[in-house]
Design a protein around this ligand. Structure first.
Ligand code: HAM
Length: 427
């Protein structure tokens, strides 16, 4: 039997996982500076959460969810995104009652979408996201966008494009929705079957359709920006002012509608415009979702956030030839020769590790020469040698692989000596 990982999933092997760790640590560190705290929510939720939260007319809910009945007959879904879960957790755990408001959260996690896999599009994908709940201040929109941009920039990415739009408040969107229905209805028969359904269910999504992109009615479609009421327009202007003050370049794209239903007011995406990035260029997406907490049974709470795909971030780093600093040198390699020395090595290696020293040894019964070869391959800084002679004298030879210098120390002092050497103490 030849079992492979399911389509749209990958293994992240040690040759790459250290890069992921580096990136994740950097993102966590940035979240710390922006004063966001981590939240971890379940990988699966009741299906209803996404139907209500993400919206049952969205592609995600209609076509892409991994949904199944559990053994108790409940409909369960592997989360396709993080926002609905975070807002559910916010409501369920009454974080709206926390004395510190707004509540600023970040998360890392696997999401699951039954999409057609291709370069940059997975069925199991990793997102890093943030959600801010409890403030309707446009400065928070700018902060979230600023956080996303900082993540990319501090990792070294340069070819970035930020696009923003406003979907307005409910009133603005209702009026716009009506205008879109009136605009597209005469062309209904010429639109794809998905868009024909969208015309009644979710007309905004027509603007995002890949199949009907070239239809003339697309070019002449009304713009949401002409339907924003005063309050929504002022809000959008304030977000733009803040971005300008923060020196974050952006362009307004009136066709940016996003694929999830919970958005209102600010919507944004960050794209890579690096040459050779491929067809899918969106690195991150987000926006405001002021009604979502209420929709999920909580008090009326404003919210905003974004998520970025880590796979796509990794691709962008590759395409822009950004090298991640690596420290893959091993501190110590323990070379033991002879049966008794081998036993002592097991004890000493464990002791050293408990004392905070990174050390490895041979587990293949190799001869001394081969053990030295392993030490070389692992780029060990020091080799600790315990042969028969050393054992008889109760000493260990510590050899610096960099200088070739060697010193003999009593077995009982080896931990202290090694720690001293690694801290750059006298040799
Ligand atoms: P989204 O636009 O669906 O938004 O996904 C955000 C990011 O996740 C995308 O820009 C992309 O980098 C990555 N992504 C999505 N689907 C895939 C896939 N199939 N393969 C690889 N990467 C993918 C959300 O998920 C919202 N929850 C974002 C948000 C947070 N809005 C407010 N708060």
């Amino acid at each position: 039997m030849n079992i492979k990982a399911p389509r749209g999933t990958v293994d992240i092997l040690p040759k790459d996982s250290w890069k992921w760790q580096y990136v994740e640590n950097m993102l966590k560190e940035i979240c710390g500076r922006f004063h966001y705290q981590e939240i971890r929510t379940p990988l699966f939720e009741h299906t209803e959460l996404f139907e209500r939260g993400v919206g049952d007319s969205t592609d995600i809910v209609q076509k892409e969810m991994y949904t199944f009945l559990d053994r108790g007959g409940r409909s369960i879904t592997l989360r396709p995104e993080g926002t609905a879960s975070v807002v559910r957790a916010f409501v369920q755990n009454k974080l709206y009652g926390s004395p510190v408001q707004p509540v600023k959260l970040y998360y890392f996690g696997q999401m699951f979408r039954y999409e057609r896999p291709q370069h940059g599009r997975m069925r199991q994908l990793n997102q890093f996201g943030v959600e801010v709940l409890g403030s309707a201040d446009p400065a928070v929109d700018a902060e979230a966008i600023g956080l996303a941009m900082t993540c990319y920039q501090e990792l070294g990415l340069k070819s970035l494009k930020l696009v923003i739009n406003s979907l307005g408040d409910n009133e603005s969107r209702q009026n716009y929705r009506q205008a879109l229905v009136e605009h597209f209805s005469p062309h209904k028969e010429e639109l794809c079957t998905d868009c024909q359904a969208r015309l009644t269910q979710n007309p905004l999504r027509i603007l995002d359709c890949k199949k009907d992109r070239e239809h003339p009615a697309m070019q002449t479609a009304p713009s949401i920006l002409d339907y924003l009421n005063d309050e929504s327009r002022t809000y959008f202007n304030q977000v733009q002012e803040y971005l300008t003050m923060m020196e974050i370049p952006f362009t307004v794209d009136k066709n940016l509608v996003r694929g999830l239903d919970y958005y209102n007011h600010t919507a944004f995406e960050i794209m890579s415009d690096a040459e050779g990035f491929g067809a899918i260029t969106t690195l991150a997406g987000g926006g405001r979702y002021n009604g979502l907490a209420e929709e999920l049974g909580g008090p009326n709470t404003p919210g905003i956030g974004f998520a970025l795909g880590i796979e796509r971030l990794m691709l962008a780093l590759d395409v822009e030839n950004i090298t991640i600093p690596v420290d893959d040198k091993l501190d110590c390699y323990f070379v033991a020769v002879g049966e008794e020395a081998e036993k002592q090595a097991v004890r000493l290696v464990h002791e050293l590790r408990k004392q905070g020293v990174q050390v490895d040894k041979d587990y293949q019964g190799r001869k001394m020469k081969a053990q030295f070869k392993s030490a070389d391959r692992l780029q060990a800084k020091f080799v600790l040698i315990l042969g028969e002679e050393e054992l008889a004298n109760q000493v260990i030879n510590i050899k610096s692989m960099e200088t070739g210098e060697q010193r003999e120390v009593p077995i009982t002092e080896v931990t202290e000596q090694v720690k001293d050497l690694l801290q750059g103490g006298k040799e």
